[in-house]
Write a protein that binds this ligand. Structure first.
Ligand code: PLP
Length: 303
């Protein structure tokens, strides 16, 4: 085995291949212009978590980009399940991608391109590792502005990540775990691949615009409702973030993850908060619930 590629499997050009063999042509607009959309779902102990919600969002994103998805829902489910099985993974991070593809003779008109769909499965990844849960994340509050919604629709999951990557570089060089970006009015948006929540005496809050509408963010709303906890989408100021009782991040890559420090300064008492703990516990419990998860074997035997 080589040292670059993790264990896993990809599906590209109608074939299942090892990750090292999964390649796209240099003239694909997905590569040259980040003209692509994607989605990531996870598999935990052989079960996809909220798969239909991820596929709904993926189909919605492809439509908004005026390149409706090139495969059907049932086909896509089978492809994703096969990537996990062929990659011999029990817990996986499973990504589906559609790029604008290539146009004949490299003409500029995006409508002339033929979209390309691909997928891959790799081992499950965490923004905050399980063993670091009690420690929580130390995030760097940057002054980098998230690409505004008037430029790129943030509800389309996209690869316009230069702002987020710059944030990550700043964070790592400064000794933080990850970064948070702000909007044009210096209010809180999100971080590289995760949404943010703050908890104060009156409830749970998350930014209402300028962010990707995460499936885990939606899960937090569903779980909060079940636990009878008040939760609201609204503008969140830097001050509200810094003076919160609790902060947490939500992402398919790790679930609900406590943030205990912002730029090195302790949030609340510096320990994982009670609300974060309750949501985290119920979130993982849902991974064996038939209403929230689907077994891979069922997907592969049902069509
Ligand atoms: C994927 C992503 C998230 C988290 O969404 P989930 O569906 O919960 O994984 C948040 N922000 C950005 C920019 C993302 O790309």
């Amino acid at each position: 085995m080589n040292e670059i590629f993790p264990q896993g499997c990809a599906w590209i050009d109608n074939e299942y291949v090892e990750l090292a063999e999964a390649k796209i042509p240099i003239l694909d607009w997905g590569f040259l212009r980040s003209d692509a959309t994607y989605d990531v779902v996870h598999v935990w102990q052989g079960r996809f978590f909220r798969l239909d919600k991820h596929i709904d969002r993926f189909f919605e994103s492809t439509k908004k980009l005026r390149m409706p998805c090139q495969v059907s829902r049932d086909e896509l489910k089978k492809i994703l399940a096969n990537c996990v099985v062929k990659g011999k993974l029990e817990n996986a991070y499973v990504e589906m991608i559609q790029t604008r593809g290539m146009s004949p003779k490299f003409v500029r008109d995006p409508r002339l391109a033929t979209p390309r769909v691909m997928a891959f499965a790799v081992p499950f990844g965490w923004i905050l590792k399980q063993e670091d849960f009690e420690k929580g994340l130390d995030v760097l509050l940057t002054d980098i502005k998230r690409i505004p919604p008037s430029s790129v629709d943030p509800t389309i999951k996209n690869y316009h990540w230069m702002d987020l990557v710059t944030g990550m570089l700043d964070a790592y060089e400064n000794g933080n775990d990850t970064a948070i970006l702000v909007d044009e009015n210096n209010n809180i948006t999100e971080g590289p691949g995760f949404n943010l929540f703050c908890v104060n005496d009156t409830g749970i809050f998350t930014p209402d615009h300028g962010v990707l509408e995460g499936i885990t963010r939606q899960s937090v709303f569903d779980l909060a409702k079940e636990l009878n906890l008040p939760i609201v989408k609204k503008v969140i100021t830097v001050e509200e973030l810094q003076t919160a009782n609790e902060l947490f991040a939500s992402s398919t890559a790790g679930g609900i993850m406590p943030i205990t420090k912002v730029s090195g300064i302790q949030i609340g008492n510096g320990r994982v908060g009670d609300i974060t703990r309750q949501l985290h516990k119920l979130y993982w419990k849902k991974h064996t619930d038939d209403k929230w998860s689907t077994s891979i074997t069922d997907i592969l035997s049902s069509y």
